[in-house]
Design a protein around this ligand. Structure first.
Ligand code: GAL
Length: 402
C-alpha cells in the first residue's frame, strides 16, 4: 500500500515538474516582434528605438509588453563551449545589454530560436542544445522565447517542444513559450501544458484576401488565416492560446483592412504582436493598435475565443462572450464594396455551449457601444442597422444592463 502511494506521489510530482511554467500569459500576450518588417536586419539601435517608441506612442500603456527579436540575432556559429552568441556586429554590447535596456523601459524581452539544427534563416538551431540554450536565455534575462520549426526533418514535434518547455521551466525563470510549428502537428491537441501560445497556420502576409506566392511556399492573407481558425476555439484559454500569427497592421493594408485585421485578432483572443515599424507609423495605424476598447475584448479575463455566428451578403457576424455578461460583436465585410446590414437582437436568444454564456435580448437589455466610433448606439431593444465598408468591420461591445 505504502509503495503504491509513493509511486503515485512520484508520478504526480514528475508530471508537475515536466510541465511548462504555469501562471504566464493568462491573457493573450501583447508585444512587438521584428520579423514582419525587418526580417534579419536587426540591431541594438533598432531595439532601443523600438523600446523607446513603445513607451512614447502609448503602446506600453495600452498593454504591449514584450519586445521580441526574431530570426537573425545570432552569429553564424556557437562558441567553443557550444553557447549561443549574439551577432557581434548587430549587437556590439551583447544581448544582456539589450535586455537590460528593454527592462529599463518597463518592458519584457524575447528571443527566437528553432527546434531544428538551424533556424529558418540559417543560424544555429537548438536541436541537442535545449537545456544549454534555456540556461543562456535565463542568464540573459529573456522573458519570452519564440521557437520555430525549420530544419527539423524526422523529429517529433510533441517531443521536441516538450523538451524545450521542460528546459525553460527547469531554469526557474518565467519565460513565455511561443510555439511556431505553423499548426502542422495540431499543437492545439497536445500543447496546453507545453506552450503558452502556438501558431495555428503558416506565415501571414500583408494582404487582406488570398495568398502571396513566395516561391517555394504561399504566405496567407488575413481572411485565409481567419478561415483556418475554424474548430480551434475550444482549445484556447488562459495560459494557452491559438496564435494566428503576428499583426500586419501598418504594413501596407488599407486603414479599413488594418482595423478589420486588428478587430478580428481581438475577437479571436489572439496574441497581439505588432510587426510594423513603430518609429514611423501613421496616426491611423497607432490609433488602431492602441484602441483600448478593442484590446479589452482581446484581453477579457474569461479568455473565450469568439466564433462566427452568421453570414449574409459577405458580412460575417462574430460573437465573443465577455466578463459580466457582456458580449463583443464584430460584423466583418469580406467583400470589396460597402454592405448595409441589420441585426435584430430579439430574433432569438444566442447560447454559446462552450462558455455557457447567453445573449438574450428578451430577458436582458444591453447598451451598444461602438468600439471604433466610440459612440453609444442605443440598446438591444431596437434592431441595429449599419453599413460596413469594404474589407472593414463594425465592432461593438454589448454592455449588459442590470
Ligand atoms: C518562420 C516563422 C516566421 C519567422 C521566420 C523567421 O518559420 O513562421 O514567423 O519567425 O520563420 O525565419
Amino acid at each position: 500500500m505504502k509503495k503504491i502511494t509513493f509511486i503515485l506521489l512520484f508520478a504526480s510530482f514528475s508530471h508537475a515538474y515536466s510541465q511548462k511554467t504555469q501562471g504566464l500569459a493568462l491573457t493573450p500576450p501583447l508585444g512587438w516582434n521584428s520579423w514582419n518588417t525587418f526580417q534579419t536586419n536587426i540591431n541594438e539601435q533598432l531595439v532601443k528605438d523600438i523600446a523607446d517608441v513603445m513607451v512614447s506612442s502609448g503602446m506600453k500603456d495600452a498593454g504591449y509588453e514584450y519586445l521580441v527579436l526574431d530570426d537573425g540575432w545570432m552569429a553564424m556559429e556557437r562558441d567553443k563551449n557550444g553557447n549561443l552568441v549574439a551577432d557581434p556586429k548587430k549587437f556590439p554590447h551583447g544581448i544582456k545589454a539589450v535586455a537590460d535596456y528593454v527592462h529599463s523601459k518597463g518592458l519584457k524581452f524575447g528571443l527566437y530560436n528553432c527546434a531544428g539544427t538551424k533556424t529558418c534563416a540559417g543560424y544555429p538551431g537548438t536541436r541537442g542544445y535545449e537545456y544549454q540554450d534555456a540556461r543562456y536565455y535565463a542568464a540573459h534575462d529573456v522573458d519570452y522565447l519564440k521557437f520555430d520549426w525549420c530544419n527539423t526533418e524526422g523529429i517529433n514535434a510533441k517531443e521536441a517542444y516538450t523538451t524545450m518547455s521542460k528546459a525553460l521551466a527547469t531554469t526557474g525563470r518565467p519565460i513565455v513559450f511561443s510555439m511556431c510549428e505553423w499548426g502542422q502537428n495540431k499543437p492545439w491537441e497536445w500543447a496546453e501544458n507545453v506552450g503558452h501560445l502556438w501558431r495555428t497556420t503558416g506565415d501571414i502576409s500583408n494582404i487582406f484576401a488570398g495568398t502571396k506566392d513566395m516561391g517555394t511556399w504561399h504566405a496567407l492573407g488575413v481572411l485565409k488565416i481567419i478561415d483556418l481558425q475554424k474548430g480551434l476555439r475550444k482549445y484556447a484559454g488562459p495560459g494557452h492560446w491559438n496564435d494566428p500569427d503576428m499583426l500586419e497592421v501598418g504594413n501596407g493594408l488599407t486603414e479599413a483592412e488594418n482595423r478589420a485585421h486588428f478587430s478580428m485578432w481581438c475577437m479571436l483572443a489572439a496574441p497581439l504582436i505588432a510587426g510594423n515599424d513603430l518609429r514611423n507609423m501613421s496616426t491611423e495605424t497607432k490609433n488602431i493598435l492602441i484602441n483600448k476598447d478593442a484590446i479589452a475584448v482581446d484581453q477579457d479575463k474569461m479568455g473565450i475565443e469568439g466564433f462566427a455566428y452568421a453570414e449574409k451578403d459577405s458580412v460575417e457576424t462574430w460573437l465573443k462572450p465577455l466578463q459580466n455578461g457582456d458580449w463583443a460583436v464584430c460584423f466583418l465585410n469580406r467583400s470589396t464594396h460597402p454592405v448595409s446590414f441589420e441585426m435584430n437582437w430579439k430574433e432569438k436568444p444566442i447560447f454559446d455551449s462552450l462558455s455557457k454564456a447567453s445573449l438574450d435580448a428578451e430577458k436582458n437589455s444591453y447598451q451598444i457601444f461602438n468600439i471604433w466610433s466610440k459612440k453609444t448606439e442605443g440598446t438591444t431593444n431596437h434592431t441595429f442597422k449599419a453599413t460596413v465598408g469594404a474589407h472593414d468591420v463594425v465592432m461593438l461591445r454589448l454592455k449588459k444592463e442590470n
